[in-house]
Design a protein. Structure first.
Length: 145
C-alpha cells in the first residue's frame, strides 16, 4: 500500500519539476540560438566592411555609387559580391544592410557597414535588431568617375 503512494508522489514531483525545467531549457535554447545568429551576423558585417574597404570607390562624393553599395550588400548577405541565393544568416536580405562612407578632403577615409531592422527569428519570438556594425579604414583605390 505504501509503495503505491510513493509512485504517485514521484509522478507529481516529476510533473512539477517539468513545469519549472521546460521553460528554463527553452529560455536557454532561445538565448543560445539568438547568440549564434548574432555571431554569424557580426561575421557577415565584418566581411562586408572588409570587402568595402578594399573595393575601388568610384563615387566623387560621400554617397556610394549604386554598384559599389550593391556589391557590398551582396558580400555581406551572401558572402559573394555578385550575389547568391542562400544568405549567410537566415532571413538576412540586402535591404537590411546599410553602407556609408566617411570622406576626408573629398576622398574616402572610412567605410561603415551596418544592419538595420533585421528580424531575428528565434524559437518563441522574433526580435528586431539594428546591430551589428563594422567600421574599417578605406584602403582601396579611389577612382571617381
Amino acid at each position: 500500500m505504501r509503495r503505491r503512494r510513493q509512485r504517485g508522489n514521484a509522478l507529481i514531483e516529476s510533473a512539477l519539476a517539468f513545469i519549472v525545467l521546460v521553460p528554463v531549457f527553452l529560455g536557454t535554447f532561445q538565448f543560445g540560438l539568438a547568440f549564434y545568429y548574432y555571431n554569424h551576423l557580426a561575421s557577415a558585417v565584418r566581411a562586408g566592411a572588409r570587402y568595402a574597404s578594399y573595393r575601388t570607390y568610384d563615387s566623387p562624393n560621400a554617397t556610394p555609387s549604386a554598384g559599389y553599395a550593391q556589391a557590398v550588400r551582396n558580400m555581406t548577405v551572401y558572402g559573394d559580391p555578385n550575389g547568391g541565393s542562400l544568405p549567410v544568416v537566415k532571413g538576412l536580405q540586402p535591404s537590411h544592410v546599410n553602407v556609408s562612407v566617411q570622406t576626408i578632403n573629398q576622398a574616402p577615409a572610412y567605410v561603415r557597414v551596418s544592419v538595420q531592422n533585421f528580424p531575428m527569428n528565434v524559437v518563441l519570438r522574433t526580435f528586431q535588431i539594428s546591430k551589428p556594425e563594422a567600421v574599417f579604414p578605406y584602403l582601396g583605390v579611389y577612382a571617381p568617375e
